[in-house]
Design a protein. Structure first.
Length: 460
């Protein structure tokens, strides 16, 4: 049985247009974030006429870190909200990196805020640094909403600990994911003490209104895009598994049917977060890329069994209901800025590359696909790729280990030798993080500008 999905010409007609690359708004967004942080500092400055004594200095340092932590934690939730403008324009993997970085800064600022504020209170009460614990206990007992804030802070620390690289790699994805959702509870619990005990909001009603507006807008976005939008999408399209096909050892394709799937707005190169409503899988949501151009009646994902969830896909039965969220990702034809394109895939990173290889507009000779795998047996979808290459006059290359296990050389010199004009190409790259990093460096060494290397990691 084959899982080949026809329709390449129709898909290309949808994307056939004058090349007009869509610029990422990342720089403008970062400038806006910086302006917001400056506004937070101005709020402290305008409400602080004078600072006296060591206790005052320490307490004001606590105020500054608290205000910045409160601002950043709103951004952390915004980055979790899966807002299309971020997910599809900036890129899901980049937003995920921003989220991780913002989370680290937030937890650091929260802990600094707690330590400095309690130290400042202790100093003003004539206590020494050794009495910080006692001062903290007294403050939690007497100040409004501080008990809830203490619980919220504890939850943030738990989320931060399980998100540390070595710890996260030891945890099943689903466990990490559900623990990570405690961030929402932590934000709710820590929010109220900012207004009830924060001097900057007590003396500035306008600032309090702005703070309510910030958190209200972020909450509305999270509810809309993480709850309402997925419910509407799945009620409208009613997706079910049509078939499961083995493509290569340990690699299967899942064909998903539904109602008017072309109206989901998915593009080649994007992914969904999939939940299969069957025993053992209904509480797991994992990101998998489309491995073929979307059709009005069919979507396809191709997955390698590298964990419990992906291994269970082989056992899916036709008719199993599917819950999807998306589409996400910025690795689409909109990133293209040149006529010639090189697609580079590592392992199961072939899935979005196969869809792009089929649909990217181009004349004969404009498209090249380089596919890296450990062996020829692991070259999933190879027959389809060869058929597409023949139909389109595209170039198809593979790089596999030698019989002795020696890895192929994908260096700047090798790339220039195989493609002397590589510096005049756009490059789309997808694969495991280590592979993607080494190829990115080789491409830069071969003269490809960074702005024309488009990559997205599926290890999120």
């Amino acid at each position: 049985m084959t899982s080949t999905l026809a329709g390449g010409r129709a898909a290309r007609r949808q994307t056939m247009r004058r090349i007009r690359p869509r610029r990422s708004p990342a720089t403008l967004l970062l400038l806006a974030v910086g302006a917001g942080a400056a506004g937070v500092l101005w709020l402290w400055w305008s409400n602080t006429p004078a600072i006296t004594g060591n206790g005052g200095m320490i307490l004001n340092a606590g105020r500054i870190t608290g205000l910045l932590a409160g601002y950043l934690i709103a951004l952390v939730v915004l980055q979790m909200a899966r807002v299309p403008a971020l997910e599809r324009r900036v890129g899901s993997d980049r937003v995920a990196r921003w989220h991780a970085m913002s989370g680290r800064y937030t937890i650091s600022l929260v802990l600094a805020h707690v330590l400095l504020t309690m130290w400042g209170y202790a100093a003003q009460a004539g206590r020494g640094p050794g009495d910080i614990v006692g001062q903290t206990v007294d403050s939690v007992r007497t100040l409004p909403d501080l008990g809830k804030a203490a619980i919220g802070t504890g939850l943030l620390v738990v989320v931060g600990c399980v998100s540390i690289g070595p710890v996260r790699r030891l945890m099943p994805y689903d466990t990490w994911y559900h623990v990570h959702l405690l961030t929402y509870a932590a934000v709710f619990l820590t929010f109220w003490h900012q207004l009830s005990t924060g001097n900057d909001f007590a003396v500035a009603p306008l600032a309090k209104s702005v703070w309510y507006g910030l958190y209200g807008a972020v909450t509305a976005l999270a509810l809309w895009y993480r709850v309402v939008t997925p419910v509407r999408l799945n009620l409208r399209h009613r997706m079910r598994v049509e078939a499961v096909v083995e493509e290569a050892p340990g690699i299967v394709s899942v064909l998903i049917g539904g109602h008017r799937l072309h109206r989901m707005g998915a593009e080649a190169g994007q992914f969904f977060r999939w939940r299969f409503l069957t025993s053992g899988m209904r509480f797991s949501s994992h990101p998998y890329s489309l491995s073929a151009a979307p059709r009005p009646d069919m979507l396809r994902i191709t997955v390698k069994a590298i964990g419990d969830h992906s291994a269970m896909l082989r056992g899916l039965r036709p008719g199993t209901r599917v819950w999807a969220e998306g589409p996400y990702g910025a690795l689409t034809a909109a990133r293209r800025s040149r006529g010639k394109v090189l697609l580079i895939a590592g392992g199961v990173g072939i899935t979005p590359m196969r869809a792009l290889f089929e649909t990217l507009p181009g004349a004969a000779g404009d498209l090249t696909l380089l596919y890296r795998a450990n062996s020829t047996q692991e070259l999933a979808l190879w027959d389809e790729l060869a058929e597409i290459a023949d139909e389109r006059g595209a170039r198809l290359m593979y790089a596999v280990n030698s019989p002795g296990g020696e890895r192929p050389d994908i260096s700047a010199d090798t790339l220039r030798r195989k493609m002397p004009d590589i510096d005049r190409h756009d490059v789309f790259l997808c694969g495991p993080p280590g592979f993607a990093q080494s190829v990115y460096e080789a491409l830069r060494g071969a003269g490809v500008p960074a702005r024309r290397i488009h990559h997205e990691s599926f290890a999120m």
